[in-house]
Design a protein around this ligand. Structure first.
Ligand code: G6D
Length: 347
């Protein structure tokens, strides 16, 4: 196991550093202190060929100009908050409207757009990057001074553990995730339409035309949203289900996980033989199939396009602050918020 770091670029006069963790079995993870962005994740295919399986760039400028949250930590609140405001104890908090009339992914300068302090921790059988950041009271409209810690730990079992922790000096909201776009084909050789996904989820959140949850949970039974026995992503592109059409011919939906930490999410690319197993302690996962990816830029020489990557954003349910039936994203004063997700790669 080893870690090395190098200067990646500069942002507003601040140096951006890239940290690369390498294990003994061909897995490498590169993360930036800018947005805790996972910019590269290299794993072998069934023939031992080591290739990158995430969407990312090699310059800060490209992230600033083009990135739809590639690889980034998302917060204070992942997903949309309808009307870009919420009420806590009779006080209304107004947030940035960075998605039409709504608030998305923590606002204009969310966790994905700040530079985090970084510490490297080396153990016998793992290496970790520990990112910390103090989000000040009123930042992006949210209450409370919040101390955040994000840890990425690479093991020799080809597993990356993502752990989030937050403590606020006032009651506030927290729902943190990572917005990595996966593409298991390797170096973006193909899109993700032939990836097969297995998801232990029998319900998903119905969205309205502005991608805001209506509060209704729909059954997956007999639909293109039923991944319980495995299903190719392209099914949701070709389906006529109103919710697939509404998501731009694909998926952009929160799924309620029926189980946690029981191999609840498995993504397979048959041609490369790569498998990703995701386990989490979070109640939900947003499956986003890159239906809004722009076509006006390249990603390491590959023209960006719809379906070039998919996100498995393990998290609380979007707009939970406005949906009493969803698990709460309210964090009390001095309460320790924690969330953990593991990505295990196999061939
Ligand atoms: C679009 O609706 C989608 C979001 O789910 C995604 O996170 C974002 O693009 C990058 O707004």
């Amino acid at each position: 196991m080893r870690v090395y770091q190098e200067t990646f670029g500069e942002l507003n006069g601040q140096t951006v550093t890239a940290y690369t963790m390498v294990n003994d079995h061909g897995m490498e993870v590169t993360s930036l202190d800018y947005g805790c962005i996972i910019s590269k994740l290299i794993v072998p295919d069934q023939h031992g060929t080591k290739e990158n399986v995430v969407l990312g760039f090699d310059t800060v400028e490209e992230y600033v100009k083009h990135s739809p949250y590639f690889g980034a930590v998302i917060g204070r609140v992942a997903g949309r908050i309808s009307g870009a405001e919420f009420e806590l104890d009779g006080q209304v908090y107004k947030l940035a409207k960075n998605d039409g009339e709504h608030h998305l992914h923590g606002g204009n300068v969310g966790f994905d757009k700040v530079i985090w302090n970084t510490e490297v921790v080396e153990e016998d059988h793992s290496v970790s990057l520990v990112f910390t950041y103090l989000s000040m009271d009123g930042e992006e409209g949210y209450p409370g001074n919040v101390k955040l810690k994000v840890s990425y730990t690479l093991t020799n079992d080809n597993e990356l553990q993502l752990a989030y922790e937050g403590v606020s000096d006032q009651k506030t909201l927290l729902n943190v995730t990572n917005h990595t776009y996966f593409n298991l084909s390797g170096d973006l050789k193909r899109d993700i339409l032939d990836h097969e996904l297995m998801l232990k989820s029998t319900q998903f959140a119905e969205l309205d035309s502005e991608l805001i949850p209506t509060g209704e949970l729909l059954s997956v039974n007999g639909t293109s949203f039923d991944f319980t026995a495995g299903r190719k992503i392209k099914d949701g592109v070709e389906a006529q289900h109103p919710q697939n059409l509404l998501a731009g011919k694909g998926y952009d939906h929160p799924f309620v996980l029926d189980e946690n930490q029981q191999k609840e999410i498995v993504l397979i690319d048959e041609e490369s033989g790569r498998t990703l197993v995701v386990e989490t302690d979070q109640p939900g996962v947003v499956l986003y199939t890159g239906t809004q990816l722009g076509e006006d830029f390249e990603i390491r020489g590959v023209k960006s396009r719809k379906y070039l990557g998919l996100c498995l954003e393990t998290q609380g349910m979007p707009d939970a602050i406005h949906q009493p039936s969803f698990p709460s994203v309210i964090v009390e004063k001095d309460e320790v918020y924690t969330a953990t997700t593991k990505w295990r790669f196999r061939v």
